[in-house]
Design a protein around this ligand. Structure first.
Ligand SMILES: *Cc1c(COP(=O)(O)O)cnc(C)c1O
Length: 238
């Protein structure tokens, strides 16, 4: 099996090349290493390879890992950021607020309000992205593009939230080019929200692109890519 350090370097090289060929600065593209179902030892290996930003999908699994990593690498813990990228139930919001530097997957105004309330309660500001269903799948969570545009000002106005941008998880397609339309739609939506002044200056991020399509996402403007398999290998299926 290839080493995590080698895999991470290969992902970074591909990301940098994708940025350059689309005329972007590679430093604008940041990597979230997705560690759902990845054992603690492999996460420590990733930390020792220099990775510092990790993405988790389940609050309980994540809070256990965050504590374990802090125990194992106490000197580095303050430099490690955990991002939440999974579906967040409202009744779990209080456990997520403060534990995660960024919550990428805010998919309703009710959840945004709950996060704001919980952040207020602990005297924190929570950075968030809005998840948008750019594919239009009936079964998927997320704001419709129209709803994101309409609700952005109200969410941006919540005192304890800092709205950084948008996130999308297009359906896995065999051909990454199929995701290009969706990534482009997300970028155009971000641009439209900015043009209308529907969110503040901080609103610029696009969280999009996974193992099979992160290069296309970068070409379409991703500022965060969320990559698991290409770094850690296939996850055991549950
Ligand atoms: C699992 C997951 C990823 C990473 O997927 P890979 O294909 O393993 O890179 C990215 N984003 C979200 C929301 C995920 O759930």
């Amino acid at each position: 099996m290839a080493s995590i350090a080698g895999n991470a370097r290969a992902v970074r090289d591909r990301a940098d090349a994708a940025a350059r060929r689309s005329g972007r600065n590679p430093a604008e593209v940041r990597l979230v290493a997705v560690t759902k179902a990845v054992p603690d030892g492999r996460i420590l290996e990733a930390i020792d390879a220099g990775l510092r930003v990790f993405g988790e999908n389940y609050v309980q699994e994540a809070t256990r890992k965050i504590a374990a990593v802090a125990r194992e690498r106490p000197d580095l813990a303050s430099g490690i950021a955990w991002h939440f990228i999974g579906t967040l139930q409202r009744n779990k919001a209080r456990h997520a607020v403060g534990a995660f530097e960024v919550i990428h997957s805010v998919d309703s105004i009710a959840l945004a309000r709950e996060i704001d309330k919980r952040a207020q309660a602990i005297g924190r500001t929570q950075r968030i992205l809005l998840e948008v269903n750019v594919g239009g799948e009936a079964t998927k969570t997320g704001f419709t593009p129209e709803a994101a545009l309409a609700e952005a000002p109200a969410i941006d106005a919540l005192a304890r939230l800092r709205l950084l941008g948008l996130m999308a998880v297009p359906p896995a397609a065999e051909d990454p080019e199929k995701s290009r339309q969706r990534f482009r739609a997300l970028r155009e939506l971000r641009d439209e929200i900015r043009r209308r002044g529907a969110a503040g200056e901080a609103f610029r991020d696009l969280s999009m692109g996974m193992t099979h399509d992160f290069e296309v996402a970068i070409e379409e403007g991703a500022t965060w890519i969320r990559v698991g398999t290409a770094i850690f290998g296939e996850r055991p299926s549950v």
